[in-house]
Design a binder for this molecule. Structure first.
Ligand SMILES: Nc1ncnc2c1ncn2[C@@H]1O[C@H](COP(=O)(O)OP(=O)(O)OP(=O)(O)O)[C@@H](O)[C@H]1O
Ligand SMILES: [Mg+2]
Length: 303
C-alpha cells in the first residue's frame, strides 16, 4: 500500500494485476493499475452529487436541471409519485444513465474519473428491479457484494461482512436457499444484504422497502440510520412518506423530472405541497406519542 500524491491511499489490486491480460496491459502501459481506496469523510461532507442534471430517454425528458447532494452522516430520501424521476436520478448518480447536461461528482471528482472498482469501493447500489434467475444461493448472492475488495487487505473481512449483512437483514436462515425460490420480500432482503456486504460509505437504495412487511420496513430504515450514524451516507427511494418523515434527515421531493422541494422532512412534507404533488388530498397529522408526523391520504369516513 502507498500514499498517492493526492493523499489518497493507493494499493495494488491483486486480482487486477494477476491475470494474463492485466500483465499484458502492465507490460504495454508500463505500470500496474492501482485503486484509490476511499477515505473516511467528515460528517457533512458531500460524498456524491448531481449538478444541473438533465436527461432525456427516447426523447422524453426525465430529469430537468436536477441538483441534489448526499452527505456523510445523513439519510436522504428521494420521494415523489410514480414516474417522477427518482430511479432515473439514482441511475444518473451511478453513471448507468449518462446525462445530456450537468454533472455528477463522487468524492468531489467527476464520475468519469473513477474506475468501476473504485466506484464499487465507495458506493453500493440496490436497484429497483432484481433479475437473477440462475440458481445461486442467498449466500452466493451476498458474497458477490465482496467482489470490489478482492485482492485488497479488506478481503480478510469477507466472511464477517457477509455474516453481519445476513443477520442485519434477518436472512441468515435463508443462506442456503436458492435465491429464485425465495418470496418477494425475502429476495429483497437478500439483495439488500448483498449491498450491505459491500461495506461502502455510500448506500444507494431504490425502494428497498417496497416488498417488505411492516417490521422489516422499519428494520431497513433503522439499518440506514445506523449507517449514517456511523459516518456513512444513504440515499434511499421510498414511497411511504411516514417512513421518510420518521427516518430521513433530508428529503428530496421530485415531480415530473424536477426537484419540487429539498430540506428537512418537517419543512418539505406539508399537506398542501404533498396534495399538489401527488394530485390527491394528503393529511399530515401530529403523532399522539410525539413521534414523526403521520402522513396519510385523506379518506372520507363513509363511502
Ligand atoms: N427508456 C425510456 N424511454 C422513455 N421514457 C422512459 C424510459 N425510462 C424511463 N422513462 C420514463 O421516465 C420517467 C421517470 O422514470 P423513473 O423510473 O425515474 O421514475 P420513478 O420516479 O422511479 O417512478 P417509480 O416510483 O414508479 O419507480 C417515467 O415517466 C418513465 O416512464
Ligand atoms: Mg423508480
Amino acid at each position: 500500500m502507498s500514499r498517492g500524491t493526492s493523499g489518497i491511499v493507493e494499493l495494488e489490486s491483486r486480482h487486477e494485476g494477476s491475470s494474463f491480460w492485466s500483465s499484458l496491459r502492465t507490460a504495454v502501459t508500463g505500470r500496474r493499475r492501482t485503486s484509490r481506496l476511499p477515505g473516511t469523510p467528515e460528517p457533512g461532507t458531500v460524498v456524491t452529487e448531481a449538478r444541473g442534471a438533465t436527461l432525456s430517454l427516447d426523447g422524453t425528458p426525465v430529469l430537468r436541471d436536477v441538483s441534489v447532494a448526499v452527505r456523510a452522516g445523513e439519510v436522504r430520501a428521494l420521494l415523489g409519485p410514480n414516474g417522477a424521476g427518482k430511479s432515473s436520478l439514482l441511475g444518473a448518480l451511478t453513471g448507468d444513465l449518462p446525462l445530456d447536461g450537468g454533472s455528477v461528482l463522487v468524492d468531489g471528482a467527476p464520475l468519469g474519473s473513477w474506475t468501476a472498482t473504485e466506484l464499487a469501493m465507495r458506493r453500493a447500489v440496490l436497484m429497483q428491479q432484481i433479475h437473477l434467475s440462475f440458481p445461486f444461493t442467498s449466500l452466493d448472492v451476498v458474497q458477490m457484494g465482496r467482489a470490489p475488495w478482492r485482492g485488497t487487505p479488506l478481503e480478510e473481512t469477507d466472511d464477517q461482512a457477509v455474516a453481519d449483512s445476513l443477520a442485519a437483514t434477518d436472512v441468515s436462515h435463508l443462506a442456503d436457499r436458492h435465491f429464485p425460490s425465495l418470496s418477494g420480500g425475502e429476495k429483497a432482503r437478500v439483495a439488500l444484504a448483498r449491498v450491505l456486504a459491500q461495506r461502502t460509505g455510500l448506500l444507494m437504495l431504490d425502494e428497498p422497502t417496497a416488498a417488505l412487511d411492516l417490521k422489516h420496513q422499519e428494520l431497513v430504515l433503522q439499518i440506514a440510520r445506523r449507517h449514517a450514524a456511523a459516518g456513512g451516507a444513504v440515499v434511499v427511494v421510498v414511497h411511504d412518506l411516514g417512513l421518510a418523515s420518521a427516518y430521513a434527515d433530508q428529503v428530496t421531493l421530485m415531480a415530473r423530472g424536477r426537484v419540487v422541494a429539498d430540506g428537512a422532512p418537517a419543512e418539505v412534507l406539508t399537506a398542501e405541497r404533498l396534495s399538489e404533488v401527488y394530485d390527491y388530498p394528503v393529511e399530515v397529522v401530529e403523532h399522539p406519542g410525539g413521534g414523526a408526523p403521520i402522513i396519510l391520504p385523506a379518506r372520507a369516513l363513509s363511502h
